[in-house]
Write a protein that binds this ligand. Structure first.
Ligand code: FAD
Length: 146
């Protein structure tokens, strides 16, 4: 099995409320549990940041579905990297919503307080998602609470 980590940023196509977030996070968790994909999804209000990790074929198959999802667009892949170990190994999909986008944390990890997809790198987003996960106890957080 060859493990990869895929990181992308995208923008919602329409209003995304707690109902839409719950629906997205529920399908992430249900499908990813079956395929052994782990990772972290964050929604800032204007952008989705997502990291998917797992067997390369599973990640690519899942990402192909995500790419065709009309709930978001402008998908920009920041990194597709072979990995030896997972960074979010116990989570079928951790989630952090708008309340987790703390200005200090964004400045420290992303080097900016405004998400500019063109200015993001995979390394910075990985740091940011890991920090968000630490702060938000992501596995237990529900999309509806954001
Ligand atoms: P279901 O989960 O059963 O779909 C549930 C409901 O979601 C549908 O009834 C419909 O109302 C709505 N829906 C589903 N697909 C679409 C669509 N293309 N456009 C509009 N509404 C739709 N899926 C994963 O498996 N793993 C992930 O990590 C993952 N991450 C995602 C991240 C983002 C930012 C977004 C927007 C979607 C993500 N998805 C993910 C969802 C993915 O795009 C597919 O919708 C999903 O995998 C389809 O699964 P399913 O066939 O079980 O549909």
């Amino acid at each position: 099995m060859s493990l990869i980590q895929l990181i992308y940023v995208s923008q919602p196509c329409g209003p995304i409320g707690s109902h839409e977030l719950v629906q997205i996070v529920d399908s992430c968790r249900r499908n990813n549990e079956q395929t052994g994909i782990t990772g972290m999804l964050a929604f800032s209000g204007t952008n989705f940041l997502q990291l998917l990790e797992g067997d390369e074929a599973d990640v690519e198959r899942t990402f192909a579905r995500i790419e065709h999802d009309r709930r978001h667009s402008g998908i920009r892949v920041l990194g597709r990297t072979p990995i030896a170990d997972r960074s979010f190994g116990t989570w079928s999909m951790g989630f952090a919503g708008m309340s987790a986008f703390n200005a200090d944390l964004m400045q420290r990890c992303l080097g900016t307080q405004e998400i500019e997809p063109g200015g993001l790198t995979a390394e910075r987003v990985l740091d940011f998602l890991a920090a968000l996960a630490d702060r938000t106890s992501a596995p237990r957080e529900t999309a509806a609470s954001n």
